[in-house]
Design a protein around this ligand. Structure first.
Ligand code: GAR
Length: 212
């Protein structure tokens, strides 16, 4: 599994398309010592993404890399460019933080078992886009946030951590998403810390905590 108990720096490559609030939580947790890792690079498919502004403000290396001709995934040359940038930054773990493109094939082979994602629902409920809105539309009383390894399926890989979040009577999509963000900002740094310490092992679809 990704992670090591050695003293070598554990390096994160964060990919995001939007606001970057999860990036902010992760870089903060790295800097205050809660996560034994460093954010080595931030990459975005969106030139004007707030996550890039936040990275520049936090003095973290960052770049916009064109995603290519497709709307929901990277084309072949973009995929190669993302892999190169992450390898150049000597990244141990790829952290998807609101990256709105599906990563497949070559990319997942390049970082096998070393890509994690945060999703705004209690998976396997509500995979895909705007999961907080799906939860409201469905009328569930409880939703949440999930951190999971990324595999070939969409929002499908082994689950590392989850936190439940209540859906309240007068929630709007924005208010519910904000409450879910709160959970994400707690469990994403925790999960990354556990991986960096070498405490997470995979048993089939299940992850278990082990002593490093
Ligand atoms: C987060 O809520 C994350 O779970 C979601 O995008 C938001 C990004 O927020 N990701 C997905 O829906 C991926 N399927 P952020 O840019 O403020 O971290």
């Amino acid at each position: 599994m990704a992670g090591s108990a050695s003293t070598k720096e554990f390096r994160l490559g964060v990919l995001g398309s939007g606001e970057g609030s999860n990036f902010e939580a992760i870089v903060g947790a790295c800097r205050d010592g809660a996560v034994p890792a460093t954010v080595a690079v931030v990459l975005s498919d969106m030139k004007e993404a707030v996550i890039l502004q936040r990275a520049r403000e936090a003095k973290v290396a960052c770049a916009h890399i064109e995603p290519g001709k497709f709307r929901t995934k990277l084309d072949e040359s973009a995929e190669a460019a993302y892999i190169k940038a992450l390898n150049d930054a000597e990244v141990d773990l790829v952290v998807l933080a609101g990256f709105m493109r599906i990563l497949k094939g070559e990319f997942l082979r390049a970082f096998e078992g070393r890509v994690v994602n945060v999703h705004p629902s209690l998976l396997p409920a509500f995979p895909g886009l705007e999961a907080w809105k799906q939860a409201l539309d469905h009328g569930v009383k409880m939703t949440g946030a999930t951190v999971h390894f990324v595999d070939q399926g969409v929002d499908n890989g082994a689950i590392i951590e989850q936190e439940a979040v209540p859906v309240l009577g007068d929630d709007t999509p924005e208010i519910l998403h904000e409450r879910i963000h709160g959970a994400e900002h707690r469990i994403y740094p925790e999960a990354i810390a556990a991986i960096a310490r070498g405490e997470i092992a995979l048993r089939g679809r299940r992850t278990i905590k082990v002593l490093p």
